[in-house]
Write a protein that binds this ligand. Structure first.
Ligand code: OAD
Length: 234
């Protein structure tokens, strides 16, 4: 590895798989159990809000029973110890990076433990259910929705992500299938902007061929080994 200072890491459901959180597209994954069009679009929320709220209530409750694994722990250690710029851009809506201790985390697809008030636009921390239509902590209106980016909606904080990609010397993609844009395109953006690129995933992702290097295996093994390597050459 040549000298690096600024790192952007993209994580996906594969990072949380060994914590017991279902991925989306692996066998038996969430999108085999539920149709995207039923639970993860703004149209679904208008058509059948109870179904959508129940789905996210279930997921919100489930993630609170899970714990970070060795991959989250290793990334939190990298965040603590890496002297250069570092940004963990996660597609995950769980809070396991933060619970492991990572601070430089950006949730581009939203967060299970946040709600968004469609009346006053406030975002609030939320750990309980929404099915009984509680009032917004800010304005009191019963107009809360999960703060999750649904299909057809714009991912969050894209300007910050592209600014980080522009400065990146190394882009690492961990535990993501490369099926959902714009995240799936970051590897090409990073390459064009001059970064080295590395994939750490259970199996080759859809975009595997775009990476300078790809290592395949479970995140709980690959990520700690890579973090040791990168910290050793500080
Ligand atoms: P996917 O379910 O599409 O892909 C998970 C990836 O993780 C697959 O490539 C698996 O091979 C890999 N994987 C599984 N177990 C692993 C392990 N133990 N270690 C390493 N890799 C492992 O999930 P994402 O790519 O995160 O969006 O999906 C992207 C987006 O699609 C999600 O953020 C979500 C979904 O629809 C929204 O909800 C907006």
């Amino acid at each position: 590895m040549t000298s690096i200072r600024n790192i952007v890491i993209l994580t996906g459901a594969g990072v949380s798989a060994e914590s017991g959180i279902d991925t989306f597209r692996d066998g038996g994954g969430l999108w085999e159990q539920h149709r995207v069009e039923d639970v993860a679009t703004p149209e679904a929320f208008v058509r059948d809000p109870d179904l959508v709220l129940r789905f996210y209530d279930m997921r919100r409750a489930a993630i609170q029973t899970k714990a970070p694994n060795a991959a989250h722990d290793a990334l939190a250690r990298l965040d603590r110890e890496w002297p250069g710029e570092l940004l963990i851009v996660t597609q995950n809506v769980d809070d396991l990076h933060e619970r492991a201790g990572a601070r430089r985390v950006l949730h581009m697809h939203g967060e299970h433990l946040n709600v968004w008030c469609t009346a006053c636009d406030a975002r609030s921390r939320w750990t309980g259910p929404l099915i009984h239509r509680p009032g917004c902590p800010e304005c009191g209106e019963a107009a809360l929705r999960p703060d999750i980016v649904w299909f057809g909606e714009m991912p969050y904080r894209m300007d910050e992500i592209f600014a980080a990609l522009e400065e990146a010397d190394l882009f690492v993609s961990i535990g993501t299938s490369g099926a959902v844009y714009p995240a799936a395109g970051f590897v090409r953006n990073a390459r064009e902007l001059g970064a080295q690129t590395l994939e750490l995933n259970l199996e080759p992702s859809q975009g595997s061929g775009w990476f300078d290097e790809a290592r395949h295996g479970p995140a709980s093994e690959l990520v700690p080994a890579w973090v040791d390597e990168v910290l050793a050459q500080r």
